[in-house]
Design a binder for this molecule. Structure first.
Ligand code: GDP
Ligand code: MG
Length: 307
């Protein structure tokens, strides 16, 4: 038999990627409940845990846990980076992302996997908003979610859920896009949707967190918004430049007609400014669109089919 050197040899059905940063209080509980539910299911699986520089002893504790594959980095980069490298090293045909903080219903991963059938990705949409600074988080998240829905043209009930399963071969095409921080989950959803892959949402419960959240409401929300805008610029720039160009164009033309009819052909400076800005925005949008077309990467993996 020839030596199989690919990192994807010995495929299992599912790789569960667990990013860990200072979760020592409940690590064992979370991992054992995943082993229990997966062991009782028909899926073959592996658990990949990625710890980058935990300072609370999580790394040492992980080293003593059997039945996981552990990847440890000496320095901290973020949960996105951890998920990316975990996924890159996965041997499963399907990859599951979840948190290690007792919030997501990890005992229902087999159900999540069942509902992936016929789709490229399935995301657990939380029915309630938990977490810190809820009053501020809620409107901010709503706004960003609406923006992302508009930009991808698909209704997105939960844009930053950390509980999801997806096809590894599809995701492999987009791993290079994943940012280091929290917005990696948003990025994966938008990458699938913007490139013609299907994402299904199933409602899930969300429990109170064990230990402390690493999400910084201001710093991470800002990055999150920026990432949604960035991805749109990368794939659908006209959705950003088009509407203001159209609105200003219509307003400028109306004003021009008014000037011509009512002001004896004396066209006001502001009319010209409005029309000029509209024209410039349209041009920038078109150039951006051309750059997108010229730089298209091949996405050859066929979307999921119904069996
Ligand atoms: N490896 C690694 N994991 C992280 C890092 N930051 C967060 N995580 C893990 O990513 C998951 C999600 O983080 P969490 O604090 O729960 O964010 P929240 O769900 O948005 O409140 C948890 O399992 C964390 O332990 C990090 O910098 N490195
Ligand atoms: Mg969490």
């Amino acid at each position: 038999m020839s030596a199989e050197t690919s990192q994807h040899s010995n495929e299992v059905d599912v790789t569960i990627v667990l990013p860990v940063y200072n979760e020592s209080g409940h690590l064992e509980d979370e991992i054992s409940r995943i082993h229990k539910t997966m062991g009782e299911s028909d899926y073959s699986y592996e658990i990949v845990v990625v710890d980058d520089g935990s300072t609370d002893g999580s790394g040492q504790r992980l080293a003593n846990i059997d039945g996981i594959r552990l990847i440890r980095f000496a320095t901290n980069r973020g949960s996105g980076s951890a998920r990316k490298y975990g996924t890159q090293s996965a041997s499963g045909r399907i990859v599951v992302w979840t948190d290690v903080d007792m919030t997501y219903p990890n005992d229902t991963i087999p159900d999540l996997l069942d509902s992936l059938d016929g789709y490229d990705q399935v995301v657990g949409a939380r029915k309630t908003e938990e977490g810190t600074v809820r009053l501020l988080r809620r409107p901010a998240k709503w706004l960003i979610r609406r923006l992302a829905s508009y930009l991808t043209g698909v209704r997105i009930p939960d844009l930053n859920s950390g509980f999801r399963a997806f096809r590894r071969d599809v995701a492999d095409q987009f791993l290079y896009l994943l940012p280091r921080g929290f917005s990696c989950v948003t990025t994966l959803t938008m990458a699938f949707l913007s490139n013609g892959y299907s994402v299904r949402y199933v409602p899930i419960d969300y429990a109170p967190r064990a230990g402390e959240s690493k999400f910084h409401w201001w710093k991470d929300t800002r990055r999150y918004l920026l990432q949604v805008l960035r991805l749109t610029l990368m794939w659908e720039p006209m959705r950003i430049f088009g509407p203001p160009a159209a609105v200003l164009g219509i307003a400028g033309l109306a004003k021009l007609v008014y000037d011509l009819v009512d002001k004896d052909f004396r066209v006001a400076t502001n009319t010209l400014v409005i029309l000029g800005v509209s024209f410039a925005l349209a041009l920038i949008g078109m150039v951006a669109d051309m750059l997108v077309q010229l730089n298209k990467r091949p996405h050859n993996v066929m979307p999921a089919t119904i069996e």
